[in-house]
Design a binder for this molecule. Structure first.
Ligand SMILES: [Zn+2]
Length: 85
């Protein structure tokens, strides 16, 4: 294995999936960390345990568009509950 330059990437601590669900959010948006790429996907967060932080899964993602490792995970706030439906 060739040694690769370790990229210094910080993953600020975020809320847990449990806390996110408590606030009524069931989906997350996963953004590529490369701003020039800006690829993102939306996914249901039910598969992650309550005690896992959003920031805890970020290093595991690899962008399917540019191949860059590491993501930015954000809760997908829905306005459904606030609307008139
Ligand atoms: Zn990307």
């Amino acid at each position: 294995m060739a040694a690769q330059e370790p990229e210094v990437t910080t993953y600020p601590q975020k809320i847990t999936f449990g806390e996110m669900r408590e606030s009524g959010v069931r989906d997350v948006l996963i953004y590529c960390r490369d701003h020039r790429c800006s690829h993102h996907v939306e996914t249901n967060a039910d598969g992650w345990p309550d005690d896992v932080r959003l920031s805890g899964i970020e290093p595991d993602f690899v962008c399917t568009a540019c191949g860059k490792r590491g993501a930015e995970v954000r809760p997908k706030f829905s306005h459904a509950r606030m609307g008139t439906g």
